[in-house]
Every structure is written in structure tokens, then in C-alpha cells.
Design a protein around this ligand. Structure first.
Ligand code: NDP
Length: 251
């Protein structure tokens, strides 16, 4: 029996139309899952779904909106007949000094990174329960554990996501649903390309601070996504696992 086989499983990856989400989606699809990509940009999402192949496709959703989350789950179940794996990956960052954020910016980051996971978990619970072996994977960050001067709402949302992960894990273990968080280090995506343009010296600082001596690629997250989605991790729940080239180990 292959502990990592996802044949017959159905997954949703929010923010799956690019970056880390698409990297994880590729891993899940290679392991045999049908993967629904979700995001707001239908053009990018449709292209990503075609690249990924398979019949599940892309579903437009703003995961800060409860109605969109409910539609995303319902439409996935309508298309694929079930839902086994939920990857809460959609995220955003706004870099500023804490005193300069507007209230709207604070809420934008908290809603996208943290409230979205709550809304998706609520929407997905009946389907995950019915699947009999549901898996929730929340994408935190090394900023769930550390912080930097320009990360107040980001660090707060990602720290909160780890505690939310533990709460879901303890509540849903009896239902056979595992919930874990992945904490990526510095990964080369649109999100960090923006930060690289904004922050002089960021590239060198990341290379110096990361024991592996390189930026991560979205594909570096594929293996841990497959592990946490598969039978191999059935006794792992409530964990927050760095995937960071050693960034957290350095302290
Ligand atoms: P990208 O900016 O490349 O991707 C973010 C994704 O989130 C996009 O697909 C975007 O799609 C989607 N998204 C944003 N807001 C919403 C929304 N309201 N509703 C639905 N989808 C949304 O970033 P990354 O791939 O780098 O980041 C993915 C996750 O990994 C994030 O949670 C991020 O915080 C986390 N992370 C990233 C790290 C890195 O170094 N890159 C490090 C640690 C954590 P669309 O615009 O179409 O909605």
C-alpha cells in the first residue's frame, strides 16, 4: 500500500493560481488527487488549471467572503462528488511600520490570511466529515514564529493561523480530520518579488539567514503538501512544520 497515494481524493487549494499554491497543487495532482484551484483572478486561474491538467479546473472565489467560500465548496462537490483535502493558502502582505497602517489595511491582511481559513473550514466541514478522512493544511509562515519591523498584521495573522490550526485539530480529531500548518521560509513568488523590489538588501539577507543558502521554489512545498494530505500523516495533527531551508532552526 502506498502511504502517499492520493488517487480518488479531491482537493481545494485556495490561492492556487500561482506561487506556492500552484506548487503544492502540482504535487497533489502528481500523487493522484483531482485539484480545484481557487482565487480571484479567473484569467490566471484558468491558465494555471489548464497547465495543471485534470478535469477539476479553477473556481473563482474571494476567500474573505463567506458566500464565495460556501460556493467554492459546493461547486467542488458538484463537479467532483466529494472533498477530502483543503489547503488554505491564499495570502497577502502589506509592508509598513506598525503606526502607518490604516484600519482597512489591517483588516485586509487579517481577513485574507486568517479569517479566510476560518470561513473555508466552516464551509468545508460537512464535506470533509463525509469524506471520512479529511485533511486541512493551513499555510502559515516563518513569520508565524518570528517577526520583522514591517510585518505587524502579517505576523499577527500567521501567528493566529497556527493557534487556529491547533484548535481545529483538537476539535476535529474525533471526526477523523487532521489539521496541520506548513510554515514556508523565503520562497521566490510574486509576493516576495514585490518585497525584493521594495527592500534593498533583502536578497542578500535571505541568502545569509537561510542555512540552505538559497531561496525556496514553489515546488519545494509539494512534498510536504502530499505528506500532510495523505494517509502517511494520519497520526499527525495540530503540528506547524517549517519548510524553510533551515531558517527556523537557526533561531
Ligand atoms: P502569491 O502572491 O504568489 O500568491 C497568493 C495567492 O493568493 C494568489 O494566487 C492570489 O490569487 C491568492 N489570493 C490573495 N487574496 C485572495 C483572496 N481574497 N481570495 C482568494 N485568493 C486570494 O504568494 P505566495 O505564493 O508567495 O503565497 C502563498 C501563501 O504562502 C500565502 O499565504 C503567503 O503568506 C504564504 N507564504 C509565502 C512565503 C513566500 O516567501 N513566498 C513565505 C511564507 C508564507 P488572486 O490574486 O487571483 O486572488
Amino acid at each position: 500500500m502506498n502511504l502517499f497515494d492520493l488517487t480518488g481524493k479531491v482537493a481545494i487549494v485556495t490561492g492556487g493560481n500561482g506561487g506556492i499554491g500552484l506548487g503544492m497543487a502540482r504535487g497533489l495532482a502528481e500523487a493522484g488527487a483531482r485539484v480545484v484551484l481557487a482565487g480571484r483572478d479567473a484569467g490566471k486561474g484558468g491558465q494555471a488549471a489548464r497547465d495543471l491538467g485534470g478535469e477539476a479546473g479553477f473556481i473563482g472565489a474571494d476567500v474573505t467572503r463567506k458566500a464565495d467560500c460556501e460556493h467554492l465548496v459546493a461547486e467542488t462537490v458538484r463537479r467532483c462528488g466529494r472533498l477530502d483535502i483543503l489547503v488554505n493558502n491564499a495570502g497577502t502582505a502589506i509592508r509598513k511600520s506598525p503606526q502607518d497602517y490604516t484600519e482597512a489595511e489591517w483588516h485586509q491582511v487579517m481577513d485574507t490570511n486568517l479569517t479566510s481559513a476560518f470561513l473555508m473550514c466552516q464551509a468545508a466541514y460537512p464535506a470533509l466529515l463525509q469524506a471520512g478522512s479529511g485533511k486541512v493544511i493551513n499555510i502559515g509562515s516563518v513569520m508565524s514564529l518570528f517577526a520583522a519591523p514591517h510585518t505587524a498584521p502579517y505576523a499577527a495573522s500567521k501567528g493566529g493561523l497556527v493557534q487556529f490550526t491547533k484548535a481545529i485539530a483538537t476539535a476535529w480529531a474525533k471526526d477523523g480530520i487532521q489539521c496541520n500548518a506548513v510554515l514556508p521560509g523565503w520562497i521566490d513568488t510574486e509576493l516576495t518579488q514585490g518585497a525584493r523590489r521594495q527592500v534593498e538588501g533583502l536578497n542578500d539577507a535571505v541568502l545569509a539567514r537561510t542555512p540552505a543558502g538559497r531561496w525556496g521554489e514553489p515546488a519545494d512545498l509539494a512534498g510536504i503538501a502530499v505528506f500532510l494530505a495523505a494517509r502517511a500523516s494520519d497520526f499527525v495533527t495540530g503540528a506547524a512544520i517549517p519548510c524553510d531551508g533551515g531558517y527556523c532552526a537557526r533561531g
